[in-house]
Ligand binder design. Sequence first.
Ligand code: B12
Ligand code: SF4
Length: 493
Amino acid sequence: MIHAPLLDPSAGVGPVQPRHALLINPFYPKDPNASFGKHVLTPTLALTSFAAATPAHWTLEYWDENLLDGRPPFEPMPELVGITVHLTFAERAFELARWYRIRGSKAVLGGLHVLSCPDECAPHADALAVGDGVQSWPRILADAERGSLQSRYFAAYENDYRTDPAPRRDILPRKSFLTTTSLIATRGCHNRCGFCYLSTDGLRMPYRMREPAQIAAEFEDDGQPYAVFIDNNLGSRPEYLRALCEALRPLKRIWSAAVSIDVTDDSSLVRSMALAGCTGVFVGFESLADQNLSEARKRTPKTAEYARRVGILHDHGIQVNGSFVLGFDHDRKDVFDRTAEWVEYNRLECATFHILTPYPATPLFRQMEAEGRLLHRDWSRYDTAHAVFRPKHMSAEELEQGYAWIYQRLFSYRSIWRRRPEDWRALAPYLAMSYLYKRSNRLWHLLIRHDLVHAVWWPLVELTRIRHLRFRERLARTETPSARPGNVVAAGV
Ligand code: B12
Ligand code: SF4
């Protein structure tokens, strides 16, 4: 889980196959503090989304190096290799591009890092896709066919999102993920936090939504009982979320999504989510200090309100995976202990931690740079598991140690037990899931390598779905929910 597969320098001497494209999600090292399970929860839509815009006379192959099946294929040698690039795995993406280009393929790079640092990426590509790949990919293929590939293609996120084709989930290896149904209903967010990639210079991403019926159809077509919404914030427009819930409810399936905590402003919306199959939410609390949130320009309820709002979600049988950022300017050395205590006291079923990371071309990056606080520009360590800047009230080492400590504490048996659900019926699945997700990194390695992820995880999901359907029936009959279903899926991205 640490080293990328080797690219044999002597391999790959065959001819290039015209009209054949290989799409690669490059390898990135996994943080041993966190769960390896999250990497096979559900696939990124970076490649499958624009794959859907491929004309029929092109053949496609998909390769995710993180599924531990070795290096990407080269027989046949693709005419085009499309690689998604994030800053943490940019070097690996460049290495792959180099390997294929030497052997006659054309390399097309796209993704978040291409958007924020195009000049750094350009020397490694025959063409860059800056922005939305769904719009630029067909243009790139057409130009490649004509032998007139441009060096850069730009596409803004401003078209009618409802006209995008559904992602090509059929090219994914189904056994390798808990679920292949990564859904995306919206792009953007009503917030623009200074540390978020959404505030990258030049990125205009107004909140765009697909029709609820399109999403329900995608969910149904993929045939899986559980879906993960990978939207930045599925709750940015409450009325849209309500309509989406109406469309999902008849499916009798379960799902989880990232939302901001203001989704609890109206508990009837939370009820609609529960009745539509929502079993877990990933909530970016970010910090328990109001000053940190206001300086990051996050519009959110006061932190003193958080606990009550977690209660609203729990009362509707929705598990909470809280996401916290550590190392803000008002964080002192006690932030780790205070955060862990809060998570345990409020019985958050799962928590995810990130060291504050100034992504290039964001307001936070500019601020850190102006204050001379950046320690280096080794992007591979801009992975939210390393301190890449000088924090205000502790050293970078103390921040990294605190990060490792808080994960150890939250993954300990004592902490898992402290956060157990109040409903006894929920206990066994909660413990099973916690053990599998949080304490089984060695096992994950084996499961991923031997394509057993889906087989092992699936029974827990089905059990959750069945319990949820029973809970939903009770919820539909009553105004105030009294018993919780004890869902096992709160894991989030
Ligand atoms: C699914 C997901 C994951 C999955 C899978 C990750 C993977 N790389 O396989 C898991 C859970 C494993 C994960 C882990 C992490 N993730 Co993540 N993840 C996401 C999430 C929720 C969805 C990604 C997605 O599918 N987006 C939808 C697609 C359609 O958008 P897109 O990727 O931008 O692709 C479009 C264009 O960029 C372009 N495009 C992209 N690639 C290419 C390639 C070509 C050839 C072309 C033509 C076009 C093109 O076309 C696409 C269509 O418009 C995003 C948040 C989000 N909503 O985007 C965070 C996000 C990408 N993750 C993030 C982070 C920080 C991480 C972690 C480092 C965090 C951590 N500590 O755990 C880890 C490590 C992963 C790593 N090193 O990359 C950040 C990245 C920030 C940044 N500036 O780089 C994001 C943006 C979350 C956030 N709000 O901060 N993640
Ligand atoms: S609320 Fe979340 S998704 Fe929205 S801008 Fe802030 S960090 Fe990004």
